[in-house]
Design a protein around this ligand. Structure first.
Ligand code: PEP
Ligand code: MG
Length: 571
């Protein structure tokens, strides 16, 4: 049996399948004779669930840090919420139904209520409610829950999806890989798999119903190919691939401490993208030469009761600047809106939120929010090499207005005698086609550009980056996108400014030769892509890549470009 899903985390895995959970719990309605027995079944299951969650939380705190452990704190809060239990008990009493049926009904009511809320933060709480109530339901039903924490043989986990509890508690040494029915490259499971460096394929649709416990599986976390009970020849092929991949990973370690430089001597900067100071550790492990994008919105999204104060922001920025030991750090000012909302900041419902009130548009409107962030950034600037970057600039007017506010903030700080570095670079993202088109003009007013291909692709091609149905149109090899990138780099270089890229394309092995040839100066990507990128760049000639990328610019379709890249690089 052969499956094809989305390669979510690189690596080759061979081993026995362990089904973690069958897709749906079967809950039957039963009439009961004794209400007290049902209430006791409920309480007993809640008690065991609570003990489990406390253990899970402690383990997560030790192994994954405070941020990850917070998920379980939310789960405990759900568990302790009297509304959930009281309503379930009322239902058992009033309707004379079994505990699992009553709890499931109450769960569905709460989940539907939270999922219908306007606020994304509240919508996400629906997943917590499901996760916790399903845990209780399994205990009521006496369903054997695979105890991932005490796995004692090597397995490949097969699940509908893995929950944060699963990934936090499992005995990672015994997990050879994950396969899930649902999810895409940016789903929780995919991100966790990459962070834990465990091979994974997601979005397999019906893996849990077609694969059985103990089946022998081989899969490729890059290509998304999964084979169940393969013949000896296939097993041998995958075993060879696995060895090659291990050797490749070992060879990457040798690249730590080396420069990123082409065979003919062009140096480029390899930086990492982060969402919080905690991510600095991953960057250091992978030898990043700096931070090319710190998405500060997570600092705002992690708060529940109001904007982070100047002091809170200062501490976070300082931690990153100091943590990276003087290496350059690009911190992006607040990029909220689109798909990112704040629980404490009311935003109108919009027809097209990605084209709406967001990012720099909010900051230029609510200047208090912007000024607080700028003050925190400049105060932190004395602790390292800071580069400030504005997101979503679409015109020269916006850029000039943002720079004017920076001047006002610095004038205030001067008056108050607050120190800041006089060496802070100020740049902007190029992620809107109108900015790319006038990049010759914009380049005169910035120290650098960073190209955000995630948005540049969606705006250039009019393809919503979240819409699965049209994802076939969302393509980094689109010739229009490539021409814009080349134009931006040339325009910046004419003004003597450097250009980076912090969209996903910068870490894409097939895009790197093209971008290198275009003259990109800095590549910023997720930490695990850094050493593979260095390996590739160190094997390429800049001069040859210039010729190669020029040829690509003459091509008319993404398919032609992809085929040309594949042919030249055996990908
Ligand atoms: C981008 O648009 O490419 C980018 C890096 O920003 P984000 O993914 O945060 O929108
Ligand atoms: Mg963007």
């Amino acid at each position: 049996m052969v499956f094809k899903g989305t390669g979510a985390s690189p690596g080759i895995a061979l081993g026995k399948a362990l089904i973690v959970e069958h897709s749906e719990l079967v809950i039957e309605k039963k009439s009961i004779e004794n209400v007290d027995i049902e209430i006791k079944r409920l309480h007993d299951a809640v008690k065991i669930s609570k003990e489990e969650l406390i253990k899970v939380k402690e383990k997560a705190l030790l192994e994954l840090g405070e941020h990850e452990a917070q998920i379980f704190e939310s789960h405990l809060l759900v568990l302790e919420d009297p509304e959930l239990l009281d309503q379930t008990i009322d239902k058992i009493k009033n309707e004379q139904v079994n505990a699992e049926f009553a709890l499931n009904e109450v769960k569905e009511m709460f989940v539907a209520m939270f999922e219908a809320m306007d606020n994304e933060y509240m919508r996400e709480r629906a997943a917590d409610i499901k996760d916790v109530t399903n845990r209780i339901l399994r205990h009521i039903l006496g369903i054997k829950v695979v105890d991932l924490a005490s796995l004692d043989e090597e397995v490949i986990l097969i699940a509908h999806d893995l929950t944060p509890s699963d990934t936090a508690t499992m005995n990672k040494k015994m997990v050879l890989g994950f396969l899930t029915d649902i999810g895409g490259r940016t789903s929780h499971t995919a991100i966790m798999a990459r962070t834990l460096e465990i091979a994974a394929v997601v979005g397999l649709t019906d893996a849990t119903s077609k694969i059985k416990d103990g089946d022998y599986i081989v899969f490729n976390g890059d290509t998304g190919e999964v084979i169940v009970n393969p013949d000896d020849e296939t097993k041998e092929k995958y075993s060879k691939l696995k060895n090659e991949y291990q050797e490749y990973k070992e060879s990457l370690k040798l690249l730590k401490g080396q420069k990123t430089v082409t065979t003919d001597g062009r140096h480029v900067e390899l930086a990492g993208n982060i969402g919080s100071p905690k991510d600095v550790e991953g960057l250091i492990n992978n030898d990043a030469e700096g931070v090319g994008l710190y998405r500060t919105e997570f600092l705002y999204m992690d708060k529940e009761d109001g904007f982070p104060t100047e002091e809170e922001q200062y501490e976070a920025y300082k931690a990153v600047l100091e943590g990276m030991n003087g290496k350059p750090i690009v911190i992006r000012t607040l990029d909220i809106g689109g798909d990112k909302e704040l629980p404490y900041f009311e935003m109108d419902h919009e027809m097209n939120p990605f084209l709406g009130y967001r990012a720099i548009r909010i900051c230029l409107d609510k200047t208090d929010i912007f000024k607080t962030q700028l003050r925190a950034l400049y105060r932190a600037s004395v602790h390292g090499k800071l580069r400030i970057m504005f997101p979503m600039i679409s015109s020269l007017e916006e850029l000039l207005k943002a720079k004017e506010i920076v001047k006002e903030v610095l004038a205030d700080m001067d008056k108050e005698g607050i120190k800041y570095s006089d060496d802070v670079e100020v740049g902007m993202m190029i992620e809107i086609p109108s900015a790319a088109v006038i990049s010759d003009v914009l380049a005169k007013h910035v120290d650098f550009f960073s190209i955000g291909t995630n948005d540049l692709i969606q705006y250039t091609c009019a393809v919503d980056r979240m819409n699965q149905k049209i994802s076939y149109l969302y393509n980094q090899f689109n010739p229009a996108v490539l021409r814009l990138i080349k134009m931006v780099i040339d325009n910046a270089h004419k003004e003597g400014k450097w250009v980076g890229m912090c969209g996903e394309s910068a870490g894409d092995q097939r895009m790197i030769p093209i971008l290198l040839g275009f003259g990109l100066d800095e590549f910023s990507m997720s930490p695990i892509s850094i050493l593979p990128a260095r390996k590739l760049i160190n094997s390429l000639s800049y001069e040859k890549m210039q010729e190669f990328s020029n040829e690509i610019l003459s091509m008319g379709t993404s398919e032609e470009i992809k085929a040309y890249v594949n042919k030249n690089f055996n990908m």
